[in-house]
Design a binder for this molecule. Structure first.
Ligand code: SF4
Length: 365
């Protein structure tokens, strides 16, 4: 068995550390790029949401490098994500690729026993003993949490850094260094070193930069290629950003959902405007917007793929939150036709608006 995965933000780094630790044969497809998008768009239904198309591009790249099994997480409530694996399997069958899917689905959809069965299929490929397997899983989980923390600190501190561009440089070198390391213990050590370095980066907290919350559909907020590297763009503009949705957040949320203790702060914040689950992370998006206003952010940028059902609902609610909580918002919808020039102009205009608004408020007008 040779496993491949679709890209979802920095997940590939934790997966690499996991598979290296378990000694499992795997292929990490090239990071999302135009080729993956064009292949995925060519073979997927036109109206399906962007993540599915890019994943098809990733699978084809993985299969061409010898992968025969696709490992995918599943289920996200009543939206298309729950059907992704079925549709993707059909597309790959149509293309005459003979691959197996292992879908790590939510417990409430498949039950605990079936979940363990599926995990066991992957685990049985490893020659490690049980304690060694558990150790590999814990190490990969720690790596995921540390990398999310490094990213989060880099994105927020970019507005305060004394040496312009240092946060971005540190983040990029962290990712490339850890990716080029095939020894899981060493990879974790590298991450811990970067965790210290980002904590100790030189900052000037008197700067008071524009602060923006990045909210919306999880795939498009965590996968930089789909959002045209918005966090990098904002770092270059010395804007501090924060986003709650990360791979480690998703994992904790999925596990805590079993005992109904997931994301309580976010969901409580969303109650006033959207008290019900409608699929995807619409409730989280609404909750994040409310929290951003409470935490003194200057604005929020919502990103979601064209046709994303849950986020269309949250987009309709955000203007009310914006009005009532006095938080400017920008919604960016992405698909394979998104033009970079128009997209960047909208981001620049929004940041410009936030700066002017602040001057206006400080001037007491
Ligand atoms: S949340 Fe939106 S983009 Fe993601 S699978 Fe569901 S409909 Fe598609």
């Amino acid at each position: 068995m040779k496993i491949t995965i679709p890209h979802m933000g920095n997940v590939y780094i934790a997966v690499k550390i996991l598979f290296d630790g378990l000694g499992i044969d795997y292929v990490i497809p090239p990071l999302n790029n135009k080729e993956a998008l064009s292949l995925g768009s060519k073979y997927s239904p036109e109206e399906i949401c962007l993540p599915l198309k890019l994943m098809i591009g990733n699978y084809i790249a993985g299969i061409k490098s010898g992968a025969d099994t696709i490992l995918l997480v599943g289920s996200c409530g009543p939206c298309r994500f729950g059907e992704y694996s079925e549709l993707q399997l059909k597309i790959l069958e149509y293309l005459e690729y003979n691959v197996d899917f292992i879908v790590i689905d939510a417990v409430k959809s498949i039950g605990m026993r079936e979940l363990f069965n599926r995990i066991q299929i992957v685990g049985s490929e490893s020659k490690k003993r049980f304690p060694g397997k558990i150790n590999s899983v814990i190490r990969a989980y720690n790596a995921m949490c540390i990398l999310d923390e490094i990213e989060s600190q880099a994105h927020f501190k970019a507005g305060y850094e004394k040496n312009k561009g240092e946060c971005k440089r540190l983040l990029n070198s962290c990712k490339s260094e850890v990716l080029s390391c095939n020894q899981p213990d060493k990879a974790l050590k590298i991450l811990k070193e970067y965790q210290k370095r980002i904590k100790n980066i030189a900052v000037d907290y008197s700067k008071n930069p524009i602060k923006v919350a990045i909210i919306g559909e999880i795939y498009t907020v965590i996968e930089p290629f789909t959002n045209l590297f918005i966090e990098d763009v904002l770092m270059d503009m010395s804007v501090s950003t924060k986003r709650n949705l990360t791979p480690s957040w998703w994992l904790k949320d999925m596990l805590l959902k079993i005992i109904k203790l997931n994301s309580m702060k976010l969901l409580k914040a969303s109650n006033e405007f959207l008290p019900l689950y409608i699929g995807g992370h619409a409730r989280e998006c609404v909750g994040e917007a409310v929290l951003a206003s409470r935490e003194g952010f200057d604005g929020a940028i919502q990103i979601f793929p064209m046709g994303c059902m849950p986020e269309i609902v949250s987009k309709a609610i955000l203007p009310t939150i914006s009005r009532e909580k006095k938080l400017p918002m920008l919604s960016l919808i992405v698909d394979e036709m998104t033009g970079e020039a128009g997209y960047m102009t909208r981001i620049e205009a929004f940041i410009d608006l936030l700066e002017r608004r602040r001057e206006h408020v400080f001037a007491g007008n």
